[in-house]
Design a protein around this ligand. Structure first.
Ligand code: PMP
Length: 427
């Protein structure tokens, strides 16, 4: 049983001592105290099915025993900075991680977060190319530090950050974009940005392949190949942000960029990599990585022994338990059932995504695509009351984000959809 402070006591302390910008998902906030695989438990012992753990990095499920054991064992033995001394954990994990990427991408630089990984990737691209301009996508999310906030393409996540040299291209959004699912037409906008908005040379193009925070938008098919070729011609590097969609989540592939048949110059990752432990990474080629030898580069805890021991355990669990296959099979089933709901309710305007990265967009008018923001918040709350947690996103906050732990079962998928069916029927 839980003997800790109540929701009201925690809320009072949050108010007094934590950032005024902190938010929580529900009208009545949830105090989660335990986690086990695809379940979370609140302070009264009530069980919730976690359909949104993916945002908090959960790949193999909350508190997976193999991952916990790896963390505890390494913590008992040694936790220290990454640099200065040798330690086998970091080297073993780097080797295992590199084996999951195309063969030229075999140098791994560890960080503590997705933001740090993207900042490092952008800096390396600028150093390598000698150029300054960055092209990213409208509706993308890349982090909350200077460069990454600049590259992020959603006003709700931007403060008054200096964005010089950052250009936001038309989003190849099959549902709301002007060219529908025609990836090649959107790609022309990147070429135009290069020609009209830069000297003709750029440092990098950075994008997710399925936008997470932006409301699960899968880039229109055929988009990345022509964009990558325009960027290469302009002397730039292509960065794939796999922070949310990587690590087997999309089911069909281990990395989401693979679905577009491209090979990036730099891949960034975080979230799923450590199953909840703060860890991020940049993976690139030896030639590009060499730019960091021009000066000293240091990150105290990026890739420390405890986090990399966790990362190696996560990779092994994904393989041992066939979690990529599970994301593919159960994710496809879940998407089919959600699509059937769309045929039942006018308010569901779109169902999209891949594997365990699915989105359901609510609109009050299918023709106008008017965001049903209040209804989205209401259904989210109702589903919580029924014991199912899902997320919300998109610039209008009208998209359900379904990103469960990779161990989610078919029965879990049924329960989630049944809860959504009932809740939407009451809107
Ligand atoms: N890139 C993407 C695609 C993300 O979804 C996020 C986090 N939502 C980040 C980067 C930033 O990661 P972090 O919060 O670990 O800094």
């Amino acid at each position: 049983p839980y003997n800790g402070p109540t929701v009201d006591e925690i809320m009072a302390k949050r108010k007094a001592y934590l950032s005024p910008s902190l938010f929580h998902l529900y009208k009545k906030p949830l105090n989660v105290v335990d986690g086990k695989r695809q379940y979370l438990f609140d302070d009264e012992g009530r069980r919730y099915l976690d359909g949104f753990g993916g945002i908090a990095t959960v790949g193999c499920g909350h508190c997976h025993p193999d991952v916990v054991e790896a963390i505890v064992n390494q913590t008992k033995r040694l936790q220290h900075s990454t640099v200065l001394y040798l330690n086998s954990a970091i080297a073993d994990f780097a080797e295992a991680l590199a084996s999951k990427l195309p063969s030229d991408l075999n140098v791994v630089l560890f960080t503590n977060s997705g933001t740090e990984a993207n900042e490092l990737a952008l800096m390396m691209a600028k150093l390598y190319t000698g150029s300054h301009d960055i092209i990213s996508l409208r509706n993308g999310y890349h982090g909350n530090a200077a460069g990454t906030m600049g590259a992020t393409g959603q006003s709700v996540w931007k403060y008054n950050v200096v964005q010089s040299g950052t250009h936001h291209a038309l989003n190849p959004d099959p549902y709301r974009g002007v060219f529908g699912s025609d990836g090649e037409k959107y790609a022309k906008d990147v070429q135009d940005l290069i020609e009209y908005g830069t000297s003709g040379n750029v440092a990098a193009f950075v994008s997710e392949t399925i936008q997470g925070v932006g409301g699960i938008v899968e880039l229109a098919p055929g988009y990345l190949p022509p964009v990558y070729s325009s960027i290469k011609k302009a002397g730039g590097l292509c960065i794939a942000d796999e922070v949310q969609a990587g690590f087997a989540r999309t089911g069909s592939h281990f990395w989401s960029f693979e679905a577009q048949g491209v090979t990036p110059d730099i891949v960034t990752m975080a979230k799923g990599i450590g199953n909840g432990i703060p860890l991020g990474a940049v993976v690139t080629t030896p030639e590009i990585a060499k730019v960091l030898t021009r000066r000293n580069y240091f990150n105290t805890f990026g890739g420390n022994p405890v986090c990399t021991a966790a990362g190696l355990a996560v990779l092994r669990v994904i393989e041992k338990e066939n979690l990529q296959e599970n994301a593919h099979v159960v994710g496809s089933y879940l998407k089919d059932r959600l699509t059937a709901l769309k045929n039942k309710y006018e308010i569901i305007g779109d169902v999209r995504g891949r594997g365990f990265m699915l989105g359901v967009e609510l609109v009050t008018d299918r023709q106008q695509k008017t965001p049903a923001k209040a209804e989205t918040a209401h259904v989210l709350d109702q589903m919580k009351e029924l014991g199912v947690l899902i997320g919300r996103g998109g610039i209008y906050s009208n998209v359900f984000r379904i990103t469960p732990p990779l161990c989610f079962t078919k029965e879990d998928a049924d329960f989630l959809v049944d809860a959504m069916d009932y809740s939407v029927s009451k809107t």
